[in-house]
Design a protein around this ligand. Structure first.
Ligand SMILES: [Zn+2]
Length: 293
């Protein structure tokens, strides 16, 4: 009797382990084969051919900065290989909520998002000319996402300032290159704030960015989405952020996989620093899904 019982238990354990392996394998296959969209996160863009900038920045280049020259090489590749430069609202409408059908013009393209964090003046002085150059060369507009802290923007145009102004943002928006979104008011780690300060950081950033762009943005696409400073998020922050924003972006070196998002407030982004060569970024971009019928 005892022998029969033991055999039965062994059999049950074996079935259990086999099921576990089976489920894990299916899970892994589904995860690995999920369509992917690379969402890249840059910071300041430095022109290394500009002696003054090299002087200001010193040597070596700060880790999170990227050179204008390498960025140009990377974007050149993307434009000439039929990539679709997503705005935050497009990712939301077509891939997160799927509330809209992808327009036919995007068939055969591969979606990617190129985003930049903080309030660097170089988004205007170095990034914008690259985008303008690409448009002149390929007759295609490269849209980039700027996650801005309005509380650290410069009040007026000054040569010595490292920070972007509202006027700079307005010019890039008017030309159709910038998708301006929120990065909190003053770049505070949201998880460490009390409720009152947390609300201030997320609500004030939205108000200020929209005040700056109001007449150019009747549909209020500006500051409808947020990237958390330092990528710091917890349940409480997510709860408050969801009262003001449609979606939220992390900074966690992970690629976005269609259908595998826990919440629209936990969108992963691939981190970029100057150690990642254009060749490496192209490899990351090549993981993008293709838009099919
Ligand atoms: Zn930041």
């Amino acid at each position: 009797m005892k022998l029969i019982k033991l055999t039965f238990e062994n059999f049950t354990i074996r079935i259990f382990i086999a099921s576990l392996i089976f489920i894990s394998t299916i899970w892994l296959i589904l995860n690995l084969s999920a369509p992917q969209i690379p969402l890249l996160g840059f910071h300041s863009i430095i022109d290394i051919e500009e002696p003054q900038e090299k002087g200001i920045q010193g040597s070596p280049l700060p880790a999170m900065d990227y050179t204008k020259q390498d960025l140009r090489e990377f974007l050149d590749y993307l434009v000439s290989h039929n990539f679709w430069f997503l705005s935050t609202q497009e990712l939301y409408d077509y891939f997160l909520t799927k509330s809209k059908h992808i327009p036919a013009e995007h068939l055969g393209q591969r979606p990617i998002m190129i985003s930049f964090d903080d309030s660097y003046k170089t988004f205007y002085t170095n990034l914008l000319p690259v985008l303008q150059d690409l448009e002149n060369e390929y007759s295609q507009k490269v849209k980039v996402v700027l996650f801005i802290n309005p509380g650290t923007m410069a009040k007026s145009e000054r040569k010595t300032s490292y920070n972007i102004t509202c006027q700079n943002l307005r010019r890039g928006l008017l030309k159709g290159f910038y998708d301006i979104q929120s990065h909190g008011q003053t770049h505070k780690k949201l998880t460490e704030l009390n409720n009152k300060d947390l609300i201030y950081e997320i609500a004030e950033a939205q108000t200020k960015l929209r005040e700056c762009t109001e007449d150019l943005d009747p549909d209020k696409t500006v500051a409808s989405h947020i990237a958390y400073p330092y990528g710091a998020l917890n349940q409480r922050v997510e709860e408050y952020v969801s009262k003001y924003y449609l979606s939220g972006y992390l900074y966690n070196s992970r690629i976005f996989k269609l259908g595998w998002l826990r919440s629209n407030y936990q969108i992963p982004r691939l981190t970029v620093n100057h150690a990642k060569t254009p060749k490496r970024l192209i490899q990351m971009a090549e993981r993008a899904m293709m838009i099919k019928n």
